[in-house]
Design a binder for this molecule. Sequence first.
Ligand code: CA
Length: 258
Amino acid sequence: MAPQQKSVGHITNLLSWPAARGPWCRGTISPVKILIVEDEPKTGDYLLQGLVEAGFVVDLVRDGSTGLHQALTENYDLAILDVMLPGLDGWSVLRGMRKAGKDLPVLFLTARDHVDDRVKGLELGADDYLVKPFAFSELLARVRTLLRRGAKVSAAEFLRAADLELDLLRRRVTRAGKRIDLTAKEFALLELLLRRQGEVLPRSLIASQVWDMNFDSDTNVIEVAMRRLRVKLDDNFEPKLIRTVRGMGYVLENPDCV
Ligand code: CA
């Protein structure tokens, strides 16, 4: 399997065909499928966008009956269920899934102060719960933990580009076999770059994915973190992997793929 022969000298080319490259150039090879059942439009859309950006394949449905139907007819690796839903409530969706032998991990979204909800969910066979409102980074961490517990671990354990390797389970990064110590934010930043390698990531996307904040042009927190990351990853190694694209953002380029 040789990488496609493609001459890429200009960033416009990179932007126009990331999808055309083979899966060996992506950080994750096998897609992980997630079902979201959430009737609140804002929360649903927020989850959908965030999880898609994190590299998952996501279906969003907005009522319980459709949710159960989807869960029974498609193969998902994980489901995120709201409790209060039109049609069937979250409990009934979970009950229906378990009754049909679907044992995928389930994460419940519960309202604040409804402790009973959590207990009930766990009794019914939910694997975890999250209280609204929640930070997306928290949800993502829970999702990863649940997926890790399930069967769907192996494909998503490592992200690689050239001789750089990020071990998601052990939270370790090496380049050319040498251990590189990163802060939590630097690790999250590198994970995002690796998952979306070859794509120019705008600062606004990086801000929302890594810092859980809306992009504020007054802050240089991204630039500072990126500079530190590049010193650690690229200063003592060749080829350089991370590039600044003026006025646009940052890209991690895998030399095996361009
Ligand atoms: Ca609801």
